[in-house]
Design a protein around this ligand. Structure first.
Ligand code: KG4
Ligand code: ZN
Length: 359
């Protein structure tokens, strides 16, 4: 089955075609096109929703055409009736996200489903991040590529860490999930972004802090590890931002060395909490796999430390993380989530849901 995925929940406009085997053991990535309006936000230091949606209106059709063209090696428009034979279904992100942005993808997907007479599957963006682990060649505990997705055994604990969310979920099987906990305030990615702004680093803060941290000492500042000892699986990162703000206020100037040391220390604080809580959940629910997902899991230090902890603790649980380009927003993960949770709806029933969640 070949599925066209469409993703426009934030500032990215993405389309992808995946091919899933009928036995559910292999998902091949045929194309993956992602554009972003990020360069427009240099001055604002964050996304402007209205601008994002206006840009997405311009990009959406060319991006879909490119995804179809790359997958099937032809140059034509998806709106031509002849393209009907190439894809079997359309998957689209319906939430959570920015309402204007979501509408661009959803209305385009519905129009295509109607014109091409194809089934359409609504997808929760957060599930998408988990399903990035199931796309094509996958990364295992040693983050080596080339394993089969058949290696991912249930039950699993999934950690979704993105710009808007930090959640732990228990997956007993595809479509059988239980939400274990999430952030009470800022998401981990949001903390990276806000602290990046305090450090006058470019947006988004996550990759910028990771880069600055490379020459910093993670032990130079003792930032809090919020809720690390709490009995639940909740997170809280807004206090971390306040702690960094207070630290900066005491400084006469913020030179490169201080930026590097704060970056390394704050990155370490976030990583410590994420790993501790995820392993706690994995232990409690005696799972077979841990699945990472979302933009923050592109962080190499987080990946290395997770791997190191698992190996040193002699955990029998397998750790999976998407290839880095699939950690941040893309449409391949949306198409793959639809493949494993194939529940088409009549296009008239598909609506955007900016506040969609796991529960
Ligand atoms: O999943 P994503 O692309 O979009 C959302 O669904 O929100 O995640 C974006 C978030 C941003 O907050 C960004 O700073 C963070 O992921 N991020 C990172 C890294 N790359 C992206 N955080 C830490 N280290 C990174 N390398
Ligand atoms: Zn995302």
């Amino acid at each position: 089955m070949k599925i066209l995925g469409i993703e426009t929940s934030c500032d990215e406009t993405a389309a992808s075609v995946i091919k899933g085997d009928s036995n559910g053991k292999n998902v091949k990535l045929l194309s993956n096109v992602v554009t972003t309006s990020l360069p427009l936000y240099k001055k604002t230091g964050g996304i402007v929703p209205e601008t994002a949606a206006r840009e997405q209106i311009k990009y959406i059709i060319p991006v879909i055409n490119q995804a179809i063209g790359k997958a099937f090696k032809f140059r034509d428009s998806i709106f031509r009736a002849g393209t009907r034979k190439y894809i079997d279904a359309i998957a689209v992100t319906v939430g959570p996200g920015l309402i204007g942005s979501l509408l661009v993808g959803v209305e385009t997907a519905k129009t295509l489903a109607f014109i091409l007479n194809k089934p359409i599957i609504p997808v929760n963006h957060l599930f998408g991040h988990v399903y990035a682990n199931f796309v094509g060649k996958i990364h295992n505990s040693e983050f080596r590529i080339n394993n089969s997705i058949a290696d991912i055994n249930f039950s699993a604990v999934a950690l979704v860490v993105s710009g808007g969310h930090t959640d732990l979920i228990l997956m007993r099987n595809h479509g059988d999930i239980k939400w274990l906990g999430g952030t009470r305030d800022d998401a981990a990615g949001e903390a990276f972004d806000k602290i990046g702004r305090l450090l006058k680093l470019p947006y988004p803060g996550g990759p910028a802090i990771e880069k600055a941290a490379k020459i910093g000492n993670p032990k130079s500042f003792k930032f809090p590890r919020p809720l690390i000892d709490s009995k639940d699986f909740d997170f809280s990162f807004s206090g971390l931002k306040t702690a960094v703000f207070r630290e900066i206020k005491t400084m006469k100037e913020l030179d490169n060395e201080k930026v590097a040391n704060i970056s390394a220390s704050v990155q370490q604080a976030i990583i410590d909490v994420l790993i501790f809580k995820t392993l706690k959940a994995a232990k409690k629910y005696k799972v077979k796999s841990i699945l990472l997902g979302g933009g923050v899991t592109a962080n190499q230090k987080l990946r290395n430390e997770f791997k190191w902890k698992m190996e040193n603790g002699k955990w029998k649980i397998k750790l999976f993380a998407p290839q880095k380009f699939l950690c941040t927003d893309n449409a391949a993960m949306i198409a793959t989530a639809a493949f494993f949770n194939y529940k088409p709806l009549p296009w008239q029933k598909i609506t955007v849901n900016p506040d969609l969640y796991f529960i």
